[in-house]
Design a protein around this ligand. Structure first.
Ligand code: IPE
Ligand code: IPE
Ligand code: MG
Length: 248
């Protein structure tokens, strides 16, 4: 693939987080109802997952449904929940073909039973894969995640399992939904919105942010490659000066 050849295999993001946005506007542009946009967003999920796996990106985390999204019209929410079930069933063979392990973050046990069951089935059916970890953020919000971590921590302190002064970043990371993955190197948000919408607030501390006007159902492999190339041209300083980086 010509475009892939411009990607430096030695400087790949180890973790890409994505806010898949713009399904509703995509549908509107096609004179269709919003859920048509969600239905068409599925093939972008397939394409980006496959594209990231081909590049051997270890972790891809997709924001699929936020806690705030429950406030949308009931028809849209119900259709989305059913779409997750249908998609999970349909995509299992593609996930296995690409050696992808399915994972989830968020308040998943509070999802409708059928959606939760489909998610568990998907995670179980791909648990033997040792390629890319594809995490779906479902019924997720970052403030919920941080508060849940603080509650766990409070219980541990109360039970005498940890001294308050011993808490550090590593320990706190361990209490988050993302405890078993590195922080995202790159965040991609489609549809031209430039905000993080309660997504991975702690984990994005030093991520490179990439915003594109492309609406999610139109986002394809070459858009993914473009985002990665942009990432590779950024200078990540982590508080140092540019001169320090050159001399290191
Ligand atoms: C993202 O697309 C999908 C979800 C939030 C589930 P939107 O549905 O937010 O699309 P817009 O932002 O209304 O265009
Ligand atoms: C964020 O998109 C959530 C997901 C992509 C699932 P939204 O479209 O819900 O975000 P806001 O509300 O416009 O910020
Ligand atoms: Mg949106």
């Amino acid at each position: 693939m010509a475009q892939e050849s411009h990607i430096d295999p030695n400087n790949l993001p180890q973790h890409i987080a994505v806010i898949m946005d713009g399904n509703g506007r995509w549908a509107k542009n096609h004179n269709k109802v919003r859920v048509f946009g969600h239905q068409n967003g599925v093939q972008a999920v397939r394409e980006i997952s496959e594209g990231a796996a081909e590049l051997q990106i270890p972790y891809l985390t997709l924001f699929a449904f936020s806690k705030e999204n429950w406030n949308r019209p009931a028809f849209e929410v119900n259709t989305l929940m059913k779409l997750f079930v249908k998609t999970m069933d349909k995509e299992l063979s593609t996930l296995n073909k690409n050696n992808i392990r399915l994972n989830a973050i968020g308040d998943v046990t509070s999802l409708p039973k059928e959606t939760y069951k489909a998610l568990l089935k998907g995670m179980q059916a791909t648990s033997h894969n040792d390629g890319m970890v594809l995490t779906l953020a479902l019924n997720y919000s970052s403030r919920w995640e941080i508060l849940s971590a603080i509650k766990k921590y409070g219980t541990m302190v109360k039970n005498g399992e940890i001294k308050p002064e011993l808490i550090d970043e590593e320990f706190f990371n361990g209490l988050l939904e993302t405890s078993d993955m590195p922080d995202p190197d790159l965040l991609i948000r489609t549809s031209g919105e430039c905000r993080v919408s309660n997504y991975l607030l702690w984990q994005l501390s030093y991520s490179e942010l990439y915003f594109t006007d492309v609406l999610w159902p139109d986002f394809n492999k070459s858009h993914l490659h473009e985002a990665i190339r942009t990432y590779q041209n950024r200078e990540r300083r982590f508080g140092l000066t540019g001169e320090q980086l050159i001399n290191s």
